[in-house]
Design a protein around this ligand. Structure first.
Ligand SMILES: [Zn+2]
Length: 238
């Protein structure tokens, strides 16, 4: 199993680690700052460096038994098993993912009660699919999102017993992806410091520490994807 350093600290850009398994298809480390593709958030890219070599990492995916697989760029020589490596991720790309990911939580907050049926995060643009009985205008969503971001609300995580889902099933906004169960605990992401959170839902992704870091957002378009289903595409404006 790989120690997921980004879970406790999403701002980490680099970490040293030991190579547990290595080959042209993937490299497993004992710990990592690289986020593996999941929940609509892309896998991180970057590099591994060790005494005698360096490998560019083109993608990161989940492996078996709670491991993280760092996928080397095509033709890159992987490090030897047992080597001490310094893993460094493409921080600007990841930070864009963190801003976007947090923005999609704000979009959920803006549209309470609307079930999320899909979503995809990208550094350039992101989208969320929602079932909306009443569809706000592009301008309404954009000004609402930017007001929530400018509020500079804290974004925090907490671990709770997974039985909270039985007593409070409304915590789950996503119909397409159910939070994993069976480990006994569940990671919640909370936005807002007040008694009533702005957003609170299970999530394993990486987020910025305060909504002010999201910056200015643009709503690109609202597409009709079914009777009540709408696809809302957003981008970072700066
Ligand atoms: Zn999230």
């Amino acid at each position: 199993m790989t120690d997921l350093l980004f879970r406790a600290n999403a701002t980490l850009r680099t970490a040293t680690a030991i190579v547990l398994a290595s080959g042209p298809d993937g490299i497993v480390l004992d710990r990592t700052v690289f986020y593996p593709r999941s929940g609509g958030q892309p896998g991180d890219t970057g590099s591994l460096a060790w005494d005698g070599g360096q490998t560019a990492i083109a993608d990161t995916i989940k492996g078996e038994a709670d491991t993280v697989i760092h996928v080397p760029a095509q033709g890159a020589a992987p490090p030897p098993v047992g080597a001490a490596v310094t893993a460094t991720l493409d921080r600007p790309r990841r930070f864009a993912h963190m801003r976007m990911h947090t923005a999609l939580h704000l979009l959920c907050a803006l549209l309470p009660g609307a079930a999320v049926t899909g979503g995809q995060i990208g550094a350039d643009k992101s989208r969320l699919d929602l079932d909306l009985a009443v569809v706000p205008t592009k301008e309404e969503i954009e000004s609402g999102l930017n007001a929530l971001a400018a509020g500079d609300h804290p974004v925090t995580t907490e671990w709770v017993d997974e039985s909270v889902l039985d007593t409070n099933p409304a915590l789950v906004r996503t119909l397409s992806v159910k939070p994993p169960r069976g480990t006994g605990r569940l990671r919640l992401v909370r936005i807002g410091a007040g008694e009533t959170p702005i957003d609170l839902q299970p999530c394993g992704g990486t987020h910025v520490a305060r909504t002010g870091e999201v910056g200015l957002l643009r709503v690109l378009k609202i597409e009709n994807k079914g009777r009540q289903n709408r696809r809302i595409a957003v981008a970072l404006a700066e």
